[in-house]
Design a protein around this ligand. Structure first.
Ligand code: UD1
Length: 417
């Protein structure tokens, strides 16, 4: 199993290109199930989660033609096996995103329940409730969700909480339903908007994506399209944090500050100078960061997927930060690992109090989930001496060529087997 060996202490300096967004690419890949005509995608991130999703779609009958690491054409003319097996869903929860498109297109889907994961229970009851309201007969048997319906019908849907993949699943399902669907309390995340843009270019009739009420008028069929996946705002934020924590100066290209207001605000509060450009962002870090408190919440508030990285920068900032995690109940797994590097963190329920220390010291740490791993890498880049981050397969799920990109910015990192 690969590990990442980091020799800390070098400020990140230079320029690096940001990849396409994982959380936009995964639902957009599933959109290929909705059409008999090919969907061509560019700016696809070269990630393990993307490979898993392509394998899953191929098992269902989709013809996958990967022209390059960052582009693919999906031909969904034949879907003959509408099943997402446990082996795939357990490694990538986002596999649940095939449920809506499959029911809408072939009227039958069997998708394994994701089960628990490191960051909490994460049920899919809202996805199921929405499909039932659209007329699907849904049973849960032997760990699988089985949904059936001759044709979905449009409905007024309300989700109990803001759910990103729930909104995406129901929005995709509604594209081929009979009549109008209204999703209330919809997620406003930019990735939902990117998916909606792709669906619209395939002929879907969607309005309101990016607000909390999305209206979809069902059509008989969708056609082929070409779509460029939006830049990854979480990858962007992660590199900004890494540069901020190491006292660096970087320029990130192929990305935009417009998806990152809450994150950029906090980095500026921490003392960073940030210059947004048309398709790039520059960051100049201060000599030492100031601690910044934050509370995670659905977009446009501070993203839960940036919480761990901000915990890492607060570990070495001047002052004390209070972090509140309101989306996932168990998303502080990185705190004990950061403590192994010398961080001072107290957890009480969903609140973490981080007292900044003068310095961290390298140690062996274990990655527990994707963004937790990113926080350990950031801490390792700051720590004195060597940090070995174990189980980096989590990072390979969601960060394209992380070690190479960091090395390009002057970090001393090496992948070891
Ligand atoms: C997506 C992102 C993930 C991010 C999260 C929150 C993808 C592929 N993943 O995950 O990176 O951390 O949004 O921004 O886009 N919930 C239920 N029942 C449901 C659905 C959700 O109780 O049916 C709860 C979850 O347990 C969680 C909250 O709602 O507490 C939000 O989860 P959700 O937005 O659905 O997260 P994901 O879409 O899985």
């Amino acid at each position: 199993m690969d590990k990442l060996l980091i020799e800390g202490g070098s400020p990140l300096k230079g320029e690096v290109a940001i990849s396409g967004a994982k959380n936009a690419a995964l639902p957009i890949l599933c959109a290929a199930l909705l059409s008999k005509e090919p969907l061509h995608l560019t700016n696809l991130p070269d990630l393990n989660d993307v490979r898993t999703m392509l394998k899953l779609l191929a098992q269902m009958g989709v013809k996958v033609h990967r022209e390059s690491a960052n582009s693919v054409t999906l031909d969904g003319s034949t879907i003959d096996n509408p099943v997402a097996p446990y082996e795939m869903v357990k490694t990538m929860r986002a596999a649940i995103l095939v449920l809506g498109p499959l029911v809408a297109r072939v009227g039958d889907a069997r998708v394994s329940l994701p089960g628990g994961c490191a960051i909490g229970a994460r049920p899919v009851d809202q996805h199921i409730k929405g499909l039932q309201s659209m007329g699907a007969e849904v049973t849960v048997e032997h760990g699988y969700v089985h949904a059936k319906v001759p044709r979905l019908r449009g409905a007024r849907l309300f989700t109990d909480m803001v759910t990103v993949t729930g909104t995406e699943n129901l929005m995709m399902a509604a594209c081929l339903a009979d009549g109008e669907t209204v999703i209330e309390n919809a997620a406003r995340e930019p990735e939902v908007v990117d998916l909606a843009n792709c669906l619209v270019s395939m002929g879907a009739q969607i309005s309101g994506a990016g607000t909390d009420v999305i209206r979809i008028r069902g059509v008989a069929q969708l056609h082929g399209a070409t779509h460029r996946v939006m830049p990854d705002r979480i990858e962007t934020g992660t590199y900004l944090c890494a540069a901020a924590a190491t006292g660096g100066q970087i320029r990130l290209t192929g990305t935009s500050s417009c998806y990152l207001d809450s994150v950029i605000d906090k980095l500026m509060d921490a003392g960073c100078e940030i210059t947004p450009e048309r398709e790039a962002i520059r960051l100049q870090a201060p000599r030492r960061l100031t601690a910044v408190s934050l509370r995670t919440a659905p977009y446009p508030a501070f993203p839960t997927d940036m919480q761990a990285q901000f915990m890492a920068i607060n570990c070495v900032a001047n002052g004390t930060a209070v972090i509140r995690e309101t989306i996932f109940e168990n998303r502080y797994m990185h705190a004990v690992e950061l403590a192994r590097l010398g961080a001072d963190i107290k957890i009480d329920g969903n609140t973490a109090v981080v007292r900044g220390v003068e310095r961290l010291e390298g140690a062996t740490v274990m990655a527990t989930d994707l963004r937790a791993s990113a926080s350990l890498v950031i801490a390792g880049l700051v720590a004195q001496g060597e940090t070995l981050v174990d189980r980096i397969y989590h990072l390979d799920r969601g960060y394209e060529h992380l070690d190479e990109k960091l090395a390009r910015l002057g970090a001393r990192v090496r992948r070891v087997r």
